[in-house]
Every structure is written in structure tokens, then in C-alpha cells.
Design a protein around this ligand. Structure first.
Ligand SMILES: NC(=O)c1ccc[n+]([C@@H]2O[C@H](COP(=O)([O-])OP(=O)(O)OC[C@H]3O[C@@H](n4cnc5c(N)ncnc54)[C@H](O)[C@@H]3O)[C@@H](O)[C@H]2O)c1
Ligand SMILES: [Zn+2]
Ligand SMILES: [Zn+2]
Length: 390
């Protein structure tokens, strides 16, 4: 089968690899109709994670079941399904609690797993014609319709971007009427902002410095904040004050909710061509109101082969804990618990309540992967979300 393969830092190749096949009776083989490229893929593409050349990339597939193992009960060949990024067994104690990113059975010697990601288990990626899906009864989320229909892009966002955006709002305890700020206007930040608004947030600020991404934030109903125009914390405080705060509440001119949708490859605002892995956490601590909540969905890698000046190879960072403590802020971290959100968000899409597809900016075939990876990595050509059609 044809697949997108990591070939070394800033290089992917499209080539033939052995077909995905059934390995266990509980597997299915998926024929992939759409497979998105994610900011997470770029951590590997940039040569930061120790991914081995030859790794098939990708973890965001939508497709049709091609073949089902003898123990699979809930889906049949021909069924259209979306596959969550973080695979899980569905029945261990953490899965039973809906905390599937910490599945205890899916990665020998660890917890949680993902397709096509260095250090997250032996599972090949989804930017390929075929994908082996283990524990298929748990990991195949049925969706109606036909490949290529009007909902293809919306349903594809269930594989990762929309659920992770939503997850960030759960980590950050978003509530109706809250004020929120999301750092990062990639797909995760944009769909975090969108999820805040779906949950009834009063106002959502989105911080970035890439014009097309800030425009997309505005299109989704958020207030864009360009950090090239000055300290985003001060910009947001000024906007809050200009809107008028109730008498006695003037000190609450930050926001209730802060979300990190950037992660360890955060840009240094003073020198955006350099990274500063503590930049966003520091901004969150300064901006959040007393008793507020922080959600950190951006990845902080345990292994960084080329750390930025303030970073470390093992991900240890100096961050302002004392500020969070003094303000009494709750902080939530981590990977998405797909099992908790995928069906809920699918039904919001099917009912017409949610439409995440506008963030998809580019489509191509597998052969377009090298050029789309390059443009996405440079945040060039307006690429926000690129989708491959194997
Ligand atoms: N928790 C999870 O389960 C999960 C799932 C998917 C992705 N992620 C992670 O979420 C993060 C975002 O993913 P994405 O696909 O949106 O990536 P992306 O790279 O497209 O977007 C990141 C955005 O952050 C912006 N940015 C950089 N420095 C900034 C700063 N100092 N302040 C404000 N914005 C800044 C960039 O300009 C960019 O637009 C990545 O770390 C990714 O690995 C986590
Ligand atoms: Zn992803
Ligand atoms: Zn499990």
C-alpha cells in the first residue's frame, strides 16, 4: 500500500510499505478516505521526538471498514467509521471511566497509545491507503453517509482536532458566561475557542501571530489578538477594561479560563523565529483571574532531541507555580480522552449544532504530502489544516 513515511528531519516520503492486515481477531482493516496532518506530526517532522525513519505517519483517519476480524461484533465491511487518535481497549479500568488516553492495555510498558507517533506504541500511522485498527469494537466510531459527502471534513475533525479542542475546554472547566483566552490558533486552538463558544462562553480571545489563523479565529466568533502588536496579556486586559467591568470587579480584568494550544514548541514573543517552551505557560499564569482555570492541551514532550535555550531534553521547565498557587488556579493537562467525547461531538455535528470543517484549508492526495508538510511546518501558504485523500 501507499503511505507517508518519515524520512528524517523535515523530510517525508510517499512510498510503498507492506499492506495493513488483520493481526488479531479483534482488528479491522480500514480503507482510509481522508487523513489529516496535525501539529503533532510536526513535532516528529521537525526531528524533535526521535521518530525512526520509516515510521508511517498520521493519526487522524476517516474511512470505510474493508475487512473485520472474527471477534469484531459492532462493525462490518462497508461501514463508514472515524477512528480516534489515541487508541484504547475500551474495557480496562481507565477506559471504563472514560479516561481512554490512559488505557492500561494498549501499550506494553506504558499507558495510552496513538497511531504513527514515536514512543506511543507499535501502531503504524493513518496517512496511508489502509490502517490496522486494533480493539475495533471500541475504536470504530460509526458515522452515516458516504465517503466524500458534505460532512467528510466535519466528521474527519472527530479523529483529533475537534475532540482535543473540546478536551481543552474540559481541562479548563469552561462554564457558560465565562471569559476565556486560547493561546495558539492552529486547529487545536481554533476548535478550543469554538468549543468554548459552543459551551456558552461570553467572550473568547485567541492569541497567535499568523494573520490567516487569526482571521479564522474571528470567523469562528472569537476575538483575535496578534502578539506582534504587544504583550497579549496587556492587550486582553485593555480589551476587558474597555468593555467595562462591574463596580468592584475591576481586579478581575484577566479571564476566567486560559488554554494552552501551543505546547513545547512555543515561539518566543520577543524573537518569534526562536522557541521558548515556557512562554505560553508564563502568559497563562499572568492572564488568568484569581480562582480561574487553566487547560494545557499543547504537547510537552518527555524527549526533545533539540531543546530550545530555556528547554531541556527531558521536558523539565521552570514555570510560575507560585502565581498559579497564589491565584488558586486549577491546572489540567494531557492527551484527549477520545472515548468520552467522540460520540457526543459526532452527534453535535449530525444535528447541525457544530460545524468544525471551516478550519480545513487544503486537500491533496498522498503524493502531495511532502509539499503540504513543508508548507504547514513553515506556517506558509495559509495552511491551517491539510487533509490527504489516499
Ligand atoms: N492533548 C492532545 O491530545 C493533543 C492532540 C492533538 C494535538 N495536540 C498538540 O496541540 C498543539 C497544537 O496543535 P495544532 O495542530 O493546533 O498545531 P499548530 O502548530 O498548527 O498550531 C500551533 C499554533 O501556536 C502558535 N504559537 C506559537 N507560539 C505561540 C505563542 N507564544 N503564543 C501564541 N501562539 C503561539 C503558532 O503560530 C501556531 O499557529 C501541539 O503541541 C499538538 O501536538 C495535543
Ligand atoms: Zn492530531
Ligand atoms: Zn483500556
Amino acid at each position: 500500500m501507499k503511505a507517508v513515511v518519515f524520512a528524517g528531519p523535515r523530510a517525508v516520503e510517499v512510498g510503498e510499505v507492506p499492506d495493513a492486515v488483520l493481526e488479531e481477531p479483534s482488528d479491522v482493516v480500514l480503507r482510509v478516505t481522508s487523513s489529516a496532518i496535525c501539529g503533532t506530526d510536526l513535532h516528529m517532522y521537525d526531528g524533535r521526538t526521535g521518530a525512526e525513519p520509516g515510521l508511517v505517519l498520521g493519526h487522524e483517519p476517516l474511512g470505510v471498514v474493508q475487512q473485520a476480524g472474527s471477534a469484531v461484533e459492532l462493525v462490518r465491511p462497508g461501514d463508514r467509521v472515524v477512528i480516534p487518535t489515541h487508541l484504547y481497549c475500551g474495557v480496562c479500568v481507565n477506559c471504563a471511566r472514560g479516561l481512554s488516553a490512559a488505557c492500561l492495555r494498549v501499550r506494553p510498558g506504558g499507558f495510552g497509545a496513538a497511531y504513527g507517533y514515536a514512543g506511543m506504541g507499535p501502531y503504524r500511522g493513518a496517512q496511508a491507503e489502509l490502517l490496522r485498527v486494533p480493539y475495533a469494537d471500541a475504536n470504530c466510531i460509526p458515522v452515516p453517509g458516504e465517503p466524500g459527502d458534505d460532512l467528510e471534513d466535519d466528521l474527519l475533525m472527530l479523529a483529533d482536532a475537534f475532540v482535543t479542542g473540546w478536551h481543552a475546554t474540559e481541562l479548563a472547566r469552561v462554564f457558560p458566561g465565562c471569559t476565556a483566552a486560547v493561546f495558539g490558533a492552529g486547529t487545536i486552538g481554533l476548535l478550543s475557542a469554538y468549543s468554548c463558544l459552543l459551551k456558552g462562553a461570553d467572550v473568547v480571545y485567541v492569541v497567535d501571530y499568523i494573520p490567516e489563523r487569526l482571521e479564522m479565529a474571528a470567523r469562528l466568533g472569537a476575538v483575535p489578538v496578534d502578539f506582534r502588536a504587544g504583550d497579549p496579556v496587556e492587550q486582553i486586559r485593555a480589551l476587558r477594561r474597555s468593555q467595562g467591568l462591574p463596580p468592584g470587579e475591576e481586579p478581575m480584568n484577566g479571564v476566567d479560563i486560559v488554554i494552552d494550544a501551543v505546547g513545547f514548541q512555543a515561539r518566543d514573543r520577543a524573537a518569534p523565529d526562536q522557541e521558548n517552551p515556557a512562554q505560553v505557560i508564563g502568559d497563562l499564569a499572568r492572564l488568568v483571574n484569581p480562582t480561574g482555570h487553566a487547560g494545557i492541551a499543547g504537547v510537552y514532550a518527555e524527549k526533545d532531541l533539540h531543546p530550545a535555550p530555556q528547554g531541556t531534553a527531558d521536558g523539565h521547565l521552570t514555570v510560575p507555580w507560585a502565581t498559579f498557587f497564589s491565584k488558586g488556579v486549577s491546572v489540567g493537562f494531557g492527551r484527549t480522552h477520545d472515548r468520552r467525547y467522540t460520540v457526543l461531538l459526532r452527534d453535535m455535528i449530525l444535528s447541525g449544532r457544530a460545524r468544525p470543517a471551516p478550519i480545513v484549508t487544503h486537500h491533496g492526495g498522498l503524493d502531495d504530502a511532502p509539499s503540504l508538510y513543508q508548507a504547514f511546518d513553515r506556517r506558509a501558504d495559509g495552511v491551517i489544516k491539510a487533509v490527504l485523500h489516499p
